[in-house]
Design a protein around this ligand. Sequence first.
Ligand SMILES: [Zn+2]
Ligand SMILES: [Zn+2]
Length: 269
Amino acid sequence: MIDLHTHHSRCGHATGSLRDYVTAALDKGVKVLGLSDHTPMFAAEEDHALPRVAMPKSEFPSYIAEALALKEEFAHSIEILVSTEADFFGGRMDPYTEALSRYPLDYVIGSVHMFEGRDIFDARRWETVADDDLAAVKGRYFRAVAECARSRLFHVMGHVDALKGNHPKLGAVPAPAAADEMLRAIRDSGAVMEINTSGGTKMCGGWYPESDLLERAHHFRVPITFASDAHVPERVCDQYPEVVKVLGDIGFRTWTVFRRGTARTCPLF
Ligand SMILES: [Zn+2]
Ligand SMILES: [Zn+2]
């Protein structure tokens, strides 16, 4: 079992210490655990710009130090990977690249959380959007993720259709041309797409992405990895067996993990 996407209390909206997530992973028999809390708002003036979104900039070194210490302490029982989930703001990533280059990260998750000026999970953003416009909006989100992949700053593309999180109707809305463009961009950038099981913590339920996108990803030979996106320790590897079953039926045979930026595959089952 692997899980490359977990958070903890430093971000201000998750519970549990890093050690709690390691302990939960050990209890479940997880072999590879990625610690990937949200990056600080590196582009902001203030040290702690958004206390309920991400840790202070000044806290990042101790996050990495604690993760590295746990990696060493548990080296004989579990492989811990040290990572972070960064927001993608098109064209304004220099403070992130500069800050992250100072740390021995195994990989970086790139996620589009801010889209067309608002948080993707802000349910109020949908109050003024007509159902007829949803396919176009979804297509634009996929293109934003494609741009995120093309930046080549990231190893893993986070929750690629999370726009549906608090507007479930979006899940079934087709946007095939933009979806295919995004999947090709992910593959061509050398990044992988995560299968993220945290949809159940939002209104949409289920996983990111939808199964039609998983099938298209297999068609385009996009490598994949597993992500619980746990914000509580108990969610580590949540729904792992169900995901393996569905992916195996589609035809996937391997996961991808990253060690110091280098991709390695491991068997799905
Ligand atoms: Zn979070
Ligand atoms: Zn995220």
